[in-house]
Design a protein around this ligand. Structure first.
Ligand code: GAF
Length: 382
C-alpha cells in the first residue's frame, strides 16, 4: 500500500522533463468494423490525458501517479504483471509490450491528469496506453515507429485488460491531424485524411453517464460472432478472410447457411462498411443531410442488428431524430453506454441542450453530460 506521505514525497521530488498530450477520439462512423478489417472514420478530439515524465536514478523502479484517482502506483521493470488496479493495467501492458521490443527501458516517474470522461466511449483507454508508449519512446530514445506504438498499445488492451479491441482507437489517438477525420482501412492499416467542415453544424457528444457492465464481454462475443460468420461463409466463398471481403449480395445468396443472429451481425458489418465510404463522399461534397441520414442508419443497425445499444442511447437517438435541426445522431463506440454523437445546428444548441437534458433526467433520473468536440491532432509533445 502507498501511504499519503509517500505520495507527498514523490510529488515534492518530481521534476518533469517531458510533457505529452494524448487525446481521446470520436468516431464519425464505422462502428465494429475495425476488427472485421473494414473502414472507420475517427478523429482525435480536444479532450486528452496529459502525461509528465522524468527518468529517475533507479535502473528499474517506476512510479506513476494519477491525479484523477489520487493514487501512486509503483512497480519494478523486472516484474511487470497485471494486477488489481484497473487503470494501471493499461499502462503495465504497454510497459510489458515495450520491454519485449527493447531492453533500453529504465526507471521513470510519471504523473497523469485527464479531462477525458472515463468509460464514456471516448477512448480514455487508448489515450492512456498511447500516451505512455509515446512518452517512453521519447524519454528513452526507443525509436519505435508510430505504428509500433499503436500496435503495442492495442496488444496491451488485449492481454492486460482482456478487451479484444480493434485498432481504431489507438490509431486515431496517435495519427490524427487537426481538422481532419481519418479514413482508415483496417486491413492495409493505411489512412487518408478527410477534411471536415460542418458549418453551421456542430458535433456534440451527449454522455448517458451509464456504462453497463456487459460492455466488455459482449464486445468479445460480437467479435466471435463475426468470426463464426466468416467461418461458415468460407465454405461457400473460400476466398474470403474477413467480413471485409463479403458483400450484401453474398449474404442474400447464402443467408440460409447462417444462424439468424449471425446473419444479422454480418449484415450490420457489411452495411456499416458501405456507410463509411458513403460518408466520406458525402463529406467531400459537403452534403451534410446525407451524412446525417447515414448516422441515423448506423444507429438503427447498431441497435437492431448488432444489438449493442441500450435504452439510454436509444432514447437520445430518438429524441434527436425528432428535431429538424439535428441532422443525425447515433451511439458511438463499443456500445452499452457512453455517448451519442450528434450533428446539431449551432443556432439551436442553446434550446436543445436544456430540453434534452431535462427529458433525460425525467426518464432515467440521471444527469446528461454535454461535450461539444473539435477534431484535433494526435499524440504530441507539448
Ligand atoms: C471500441 C474498440 F476499442 C474499437 O476497436 C472499436 O471496435 C469500437 O469499440 C467499436 O467500433 O472502442
Amino acid at each position: 500500500m502507498i501511504l499519503n506521505s509517500q505520495i507527498d514525497e514523490f510529488l515534492k521530488n518530481f521534476t518533469p522533463t517531458l510533457k505529452i498530450n494524448s487525446p481521446g477520439r470520436i468516431n464519425l462512423i464505422g462502428e465494429h468494423t475495425d476488427y472485421n478489417l473494414g473502414y472507420v472514420l475517427p478523429s482525435a478530439i480536444d479532450k486528452s490525458i496529459i502525461f509528465q515524465f522524468s527518468r529517475n536514478s533507479n535502473a528499474s523502479k517506476c512510479n506513476i501517479f494519477s491525479e484523477d484517482f489520487d493514487q501512486l502506483f509503483t512497480f519494478d521493470l523486472s516484474d511487470v504483471q497485471k494486477g488489481e488496479l484497473m487503470w494501471a493495467n493499461y499502462l503495465l501492458g504497454v510497459v510489458y509490450g515495450i520491454h519485449q521490443h527493447t531492453d533500453k527501458l529504465e526507471g521513470f516517474d510519471c504523473i497523469l491528469k485527464s479531462n477525458l470522461p472515463i468509460g464514456s466511449g471516448l477512448s480514455s483507454s487508448a489515450a492512456l496506453e498511447c500516451g505512455l508508449a509515446f512518452g517512453l519512446n521519447e524519454l528513452f530514445n526507443l525509436e519505435l515507429s508510430k505504428l509500433e506504438i499503436i500496435q503495442i498499445s492495442q496488444k496491451a488492451e488485449h492481454d492486460f485488460v482482456g478487451t479484444k479491441c480493434g485498432i481504431m482507437d489507438q490509431y486515431a489517438s496517435v495519427m490524427s491531424e487537426k481538422g481532419n477525420a481519418l479514413l482508415l482501412d483496417c486491413r492495409s492499416v493505411q489512412h487518408e485524411n478527410v477534411p471536415i467542415n460542418l458549418e453551421p453544424y456542430q458535433l456534440v457528444l451527449l454522455n448517458t453517464n451509464v456504462s453497463h457492465n456487459l460492455a466488455s464481454s459482449e464486445y468479445n462475443t460480437r467479435r466471435n460472432e463475426c468470426a463464426e460468420g466468416v467461418d461458415i461463409l468460407k465454405k461457400k466463398l473460400p476466398n474470403i478472410s474477413s467480413l471485409r471481403d463479403v458483400t450484401l449480395d453474398d449474404l442474400n445468396v447464402f443467408h440460409d447457411f447462417l444462424p439468424k443472429k449471425i446473419l444479422k451481425r454480418c449484415q450490420f458489418v457489411v452495411e456499416e462498411n458501405d456507410r463509411v465510404l458513403k460518408t466520406k463522399e458525402a463529406l467531400k461534397n459537403n452534403n451534410l443531410n446525407k451524412f446525417g441520414r447515414l448516422l441515423n442508419e448506423s444507429h438503427q443497425g447498431l441497435s437492431k442488428k448488432y444489438e449493442v445499444s441500450c435504452e439510454e442511447l436509444d432514447f437520445l437517438h430518438d429524441y434527436g431524430n425528432s428535431k429538424p435541426y439535428i441532422l443525425g445522431s447515433r451511439m458511438m463506440g463499443g456500445g452499452f453506454g457512453g455517448c451519442t454523437i450528434n450533428l446539431i445546428h449551432k443556432d439551436h444548441m442553446k434550446d436543445y441542450i436544456p430540453e434534452v437534458s431535462k427529458a433525460y433526467k425525467e426518464k432515467f433520473n440521471l444527469d446528461l453530460g454535454v461535450i461539444p468536440v473539435n477534431l484535433s491532432s494526435g499524440t504530441t509533445i507539448i
